[in-house]
Ligand binder design. Sequence first.
Ligand code: ADP
Ligand code: MG
Length: 333
Amino acid sequence: MAKKHVGVLMGGMSAEREVSLSSGEAVARALEERGYPVTKIYVDQDIDRVLRQTPIDVAFLALHGTYGEDGCVQGLLEILGIPYTGSGVLASALSMDKLKSKELFRLYNVPTPPYYAIDKGRLDDLEEVHGSFGFPVFVKPRRGGSSVGAGRANDFAELRSRVIDASRFDSSVLVERFVGGREVTVGLLDGKALGALEVVPKGSFYDYKSKYQSGQSEYHFPARLTPTRYKGVLNIAERANAALGATGATRVDFLVTEGENEYVLEVNTIPGLTPTSLLPKIAKGAGYEFGDLCIAMIERADTGVVNGIDDDAGEGLDDPGESQDAAPFLDAE
Ligand SMILES: Nc1ncnc2c1ncn2[C@@H]1O[C@H](COP(=O)(O)OP(=O)(O)O)[C@@H](O)[C@H]1O
Ligand SMILES: [Mg+2]
């Protein structure tokens, strides 16, 4: 059978453009090496016109952040009838929005740090909104990525400056209880966990530099957890993924504490895809070379309104009704 003509969509208009370009180049190279006809498509505001003029069978989305990972490009591809890799419109939009993700995590009893969100227009009320939430906290743009605009605050003055900083990237800012713990991330394919990787950043947290500069982080695969705890983390990752309805290759980020608590931070529907990125490292541990992973993603590409709707997606989730009386700022303990 002739191999599908793959359009690798990369670049885009978000703060993570550079990361996307490295993911896209790596994916295009790996697919070409395996004999796939590939066209690299650099995404900008003309993407609809370019897609109409380029005869591709499937779109490989190597985009991150706004317009690429949040359901926008996915919606355009559905209108054009082009199958695409990864999650559908709704799961993409929910996963990009850390506030909506956390609301769903709470509904499905997926442990996540206590939080509140504040809109840019309400910064004058910050003290009142923060109330007795306490310190330290971790502040991030509600729909950000790559740790851009994120950081810790130990007191009210730091909180104010962090919130102002984060609000340069989003009209809404998320404030979470600071979790002192180790960074663990789980890779999934089709909602099934492939394994958990531990990241030890050299800096105080897993910031932009630790993510993308070589030598700035150490990795342990499998993550250094007891077998029971390791299994538990994989299980929570599958539940987090299912709560948002994410499909294809995904990655769920965690902080795990000495006190045996696991907190889900987010689901990434288009994880970084350079050969040294976290998901490819995990996939390799599960027997997928980088090229195999890219092909597995293409094989799962889908289109139409059914994309992302999986009858089994809710399997294994607790009945959402059970958490209806959960207290605000639900804690994982
Ligand atoms: N509540 C928190 N407590 C402590 N550190 C955090 C918290 N939330 C995020 N971090 C740190 O910031 C990094 C990025 O946060 P994350 O929510 O995964 O957003 P991003 O989309 O930017 O990756 C995490 O890997 C972790 O190092
Ligand atoms: Mg993350």
